[in-house]
Design a protein around this ligand. Structure first.
Ligand code: HEM
Length: 383
C-alpha cells in the first residue's frame, strides 16, 4: 500500500522477500522507502554495496543508551551518533574482535569446544531417530554453549579493562557496556546459527542426491568416528559448497543491520543526506539471476570449478554483511557449520516425513531474520 501520508506499508499479503523482489523489479537497485516519518534507502546491488561510499556507512548507533541490535528493533530516533559514541562503538567492536580472536575464533583452540557440542547433538538426534520429529532444542543448546565458551573468556578480559580504567572519568568501559556486548553476541549469534543449521537439515532432507554426495565426501576424508578439524576444510570442497549454498538460499540475516550515513554520501548517483538509514538486501542479491544461474535451485555444485575445487569468492554473496560493521562472528559460524554438519551427516541421514516434502519457506512476518518453520524431519542412523 502506498499513501502520501504513511508512505509504503507492506500489506500485500506476500512474504517480505517477495515484496522486496517486486520493489526491486519496479524501482531498480536503489530506492527510497518512506514508512511514516522514517526515510530508508534499500540497496539491492552487490556492486553498490561494495562501493567505498557504502562501506563508510555505520550501523545504527546508540550504544550508550541501549544495544545496537535492540535499538534497531525499537527503531530509535536520531540514529547518527556523535564522535564520542562512535569512538566508543569502535573500541568495543575492536575489543570483541580481539578477544574473540585471542580466545580462538578462527583458530583451532575453539575446535574442541565445538566438537564436544557436535557429539552431544549427534547423540540427541540419534535419540529421536526413525520417527518424524521437529529439530530438538539440543541444537539451540549446542550453539548457545559455544557462544558461552567464548563469552566466559571475554568477560574476564573486559573486567580487567574496567578495573584498569576505573579512575579515568572518560572511561568507555563499564559493566553495563559489557552486558550490552554480551547481549549482542548472544542475540546476533544464536538464532542465526541455529536457523542456518535447521535450513541445512531441511534442504538436505529434500535433496537426497546432494546429501549422498556430502556423506560420500565425509566418509572418504574423515575416518569413522573422527570429527572434522579446520585442516580438513581444504580437502572437503563439496562440504564447503553445501555450506555456502545453504547460506545463500537461507539468507538468514536477509536485510543485515541497517547502516546510517554518518555524513552526506553519494551512492549510485544519489545523494544520501547524513542520517539516512540504508539497508543492504542480501536476500535479493542471493537470488539475483545476474549472479546465479537458476537462483531458486538448491545446487551446491555452483560453488565448484571444473576441477571440482571450491571457488571461494563469488559475486553477489554477502551473508555476513559488508563494510565496517561486517559480522564479527563470521569465522566462528564457518567453524560451527563445518564441524557440526560433518559430525551429524557422518552418523545420520535426514529425510522428510514419508510421502511429503519439507517446507523450506521461512516463517512469514519477520523481515529481519528468516526463521525456518517448525517442520518435522526423520533422522536415521547410518549403518
Ligand atoms: C549464520 C550465522 C550468522 C549470520 C548469517 C550473520 C550475519 C550477520 C550480518 C548480515 C550482520 C550485519 C553486518 C552489517 O551490518 O553489514 C551481522 C552482524 C553481527 N553479527 Fe553476525 N551472523 C551470524 C552469526 C553470528 C555469530 C555466531 C556471532 C557471534 C557470536 C555474530 C555476531 C554479530 C555481531 C556482534 C554483529 C554486529 C556487528 C557490529 O555491529 O559491528 N554473528 N551478522
Amino acid at each position: 500500500m502506498v499513501s502520501p501520508l504513511v508512505g509504503y506499508i507492506p500489506l500485500s499479503g506476500k512474504h517480505m522477500d517477495e515484496q522486496f523482489k517486486d520493489l526491486q523489479k519496479q524501482h531498480g537497485d536503489i530506492y527510497l522507502w518512506r514508512m511514516g516519518t522514517q526515510v530508508m534507502v534499500f540497496l539491492h546491488s552487490y556492486q553498490l554495496s561494495k562501493k567505498p561510499s557504502a562501506v563508510v556507512l555505520f550501523s545504527t548507533v546508540r550504544r550508550r543508551k541501549c544495544s545496537d541490535l535492540w535499538s534497531l528493533l525499537l527503531m530509535v530516533r536520531n540514529p547518527v551518533c556523535n564522535w564520542k559514541q562512535r569512538q566508543h562503538l569502535h573500541t568495543n567492536r575492536r575489543f570483541s574482535l580481539r578477544q574473540l580472536r585471542d580466545q580462538g575464533m578462527g583458530k583451532s583452540s575453539l575446535v574442541s569446544a565445538i566438537q564436544k557440542q557436535a557429539r552431544e547433538l549427534v547423540e540427541a538426534l540419534k535419540g529421536q531417530a526413525s520417527k518424524p520429529e521437529r529439530i530438538p532444542r539440543d541444537l539451540r543448546v549446542a550453539v548457545i554453549n559455544i557462544i558461552w565458551h567464548m563469552v566466559a573468556n571475554l568477560i574476564d578480559g573486559y573486567l580487567l579493562d574496567i578495573e584498569a580504567s576505573k579512575d579515568d572519568p572518560d572511561t568507555i568501559r563499564t559493566e553495563r557496556d559489557l552486558c550490552i556486548l554480551i547481549l549482542d553476541l548472544f542475540f546476533a549469534g544464536s538464532e542465526t546459527t541455529v536457523g542456518t543449521l535447521a535450513f541445512m537439515f531441511f534442504y538436505l532432507a529434500n535433496h537426497p542426491e546432494v546429501q549422498r554426495k556430502f556423506q560420500a565426501e565425509i566418509d572418504e576424508v574423515l575416518p569413522k568416528g573422527t570429527l572434522a578439524t579446520l585442516e580438513d576444510r581444504s580437502r572437503m570442497p563439496f562440504t564447503e559448497a553445501v555450506i555456502h549454498e545453504v547460506l545463500r538460499v537461507s539468507s538468514l540475516a536477509s536485510l543485515g543491520i541497517p547502516h546510517v550515513a554518518v555524513r552526506d554520501t553519494t551512492l549510485g548517483g544519489y545523494l544520501l543526506p547524513k542520517g539516512t538509514i540504508v539497508w543492504t538486501a542480501a536476500l535479493t542479491m542471493h537470488h539475483d539471476p545476474r549472479f546465479w544461474n537458476d537462483p531458486e535451485k538448491f545446487m551446491p555444485e555452483r560453488w565448484l570449478d571444473d576441477q571440482g575445487k571450491f571457488a571461494t569468492k563469488k559475486e553477489g554473496f554477502l551473508p555476513f554483511g559488508v563494510g565496517k560493521r561486517v559480522c564479527v562472528g563470521e569465522s566462528l559460524v564457518r567453524m560451527e557449520l563445518f564441524i557440526i554438519s560433518t559430525a551429524i551427516f557422518q552418523s545420520l541421514s535426514v529425510s522428510p516425513p514419508p510421502g511429503s516434502k519439507v517446507d523450506v519457506s521461512p516463517v512469514p512476518g519477520n523481515p529481519f531474520i528468516k526463521t525456518p518453520r517448525q517442520e518435522k524431519v526423520c533422522f536415521t542412523i547410518r549403518e
